[in-house]
Write a protein that binds this ligand. Structure first.
Ligand SMILES: [Zn+2]
Length: 361
């Protein structure tokens, strides 16, 4: 299958779409960075430690699929790693935690704020982002993303321990959340000061599959709200992604002031549009594993059509993308099928209006 060529550059498309103009196709992003090096025969381990490989992967993704996003994300653990959490890296899968940074909460008293020019893999990622900016900045918007306050806190102390200590040692957990929040703000500010690049947030630990709405209101909402307010003093309002079930807390997520919400495929895009489409942008939710990785070009096209039909007339705009990270092992053909279906069904996209491609295809 050949990729259909589009008329506009990603930057032209996103700028015009944001202004409320009609564009060639619905904005489409791939949510693929640390999971995709294997597609190009590159070890994920090597990718994590090489700005050259990061730039190569992003360049080849742009060439092969022409999605609207570009940039190296910090993933879910880079901030925690930079603060002392130890990781295991392997060639064919995403890195995981072997030892959390914090064994005793008293460590928090002497831990410094994150420094993007010094800590962990951040200097490598900054180098890659800067080079992408130089190479593609004319036609593409370069962005990055990082874990939210709860996911970062869990990576600093260990998830099981965090959840236990919420009940046993709430004062210590509060201190940890304040530190996690301060480091996220310092990290995004550091990246923006150096490169002018904005950062979005992913908060998988805030899913209803893992914590109750009450826990969300206590341990996520105030910190997320503070992060959004602080981010707005130096970058654009951040978007957020939360994995899995989320609909019982959509009102709380919205209350944090985020610019858009990227929803997983177990939730209804149609329902999210009804609930929040007049206030924020929405994105999602092509089934990442069953359809994007394991499906056929035909099932992918049907899924893309479903998403565009449900969400493309959302008043503040819609971005087509997988419901979560593009899984390791997703075939090249399937990503081309996604992009081509986005072009076919998502032609003539404008905020608040059903894509013309839905009627015409
Ligand atoms: Zn997710």
């Amino acid at each position: 299958m050949e990729l259909i060529k589009t008329e506009l550059t990603p930057k032209e498309r996103l700028t015009r779409y944001a202004r409320g103009e009609e564009v060639d196709r619905i904005p489409t992003t791939l949510s693929a960075s640390e999971t995709i090096p294997v597609l190009y025969g590159i070890s994920i381990h090597d990718y994590y430690f090489s700005a050259d490989l990061m730039v190569e992967v992003e360049s080849r993704l742009a060439e092969d699929f022409g999605a609207d996003n570009m940039g190296v994300g910090l993933g879910l653990r880079t901030v925690a790693e930079a603060l002392g959490t130890q990781m295991h890296y392997s060639d064919n899968s995403v890195a995981y935690i072997t030892q959390p940074a914090i064994q005793d909460y008293s460590q928090l008293d002497s831990m410094e704020l994150i420094n993007v020019e010094r800590d962990g893999r951040l200097p490598i990622i900054l180098e890659a982002l800067g080079r992408l900016q130089d190479k593609f900045g004319q036609e593409r918007s370069i962005s990055t993303g990082m874990a939210g306050p709860l996911t970062t806190a869990c990576a600093l102390v260990g998830t099981d321990r965090f959840l236990k200590d919420c009940i046993k040692h709430p004062d210590q957990v509060k201190k940890l959340m304040e530190y996690s929040t301060a480091c996220i703000i310092a990290c995004a500010r550091g990246i923006h000061d150096k490169l002018g690049i904005s950062c979005g947030l992913s908060e998988p630990m805030a899913s209803a599959n893992l914590i109750s709405r009450k826990q969300f209101q206590r341990w996520v909402q105030p910190y997320l709200k503070q992060i959004v307010q602080e981010f707005e003093t130096f970058q654009s309002t951040p978007s957020i992604h939360i994995c899995g079930k989320t609909n019982d807390r959509w009102a709380d997520v919205l209350d944090c002031g985020i610019s858009s919400f990227w929803v997983d495929n177990c939730e209804s895009l149609e329902a999210l549009k009804q609930f929040a489409g007049d206030k924020i942008g929405i994105s999602g939710n092509v089934s990442p594993v069953d359809i994007l990785r394991d499906g056929t070009p035909e099932s992918i096209a049907q899924e893309v059509r479903r998403c565009i039909r449900e969400a493309s007339d959302s008043p503040n705009g819609y971005t087509l993308c997988p419901g979560c990270t593009t899984p390791v092992g997703t075939p090249r053909e399937n990503l081309i099928a996604l992009m081509n279906a986005a072009y076919t069904y998502g032609r003539g996209a404008k905020k608040g209006q059903m894509c013309r491609g839905i009627e015409e295809a």
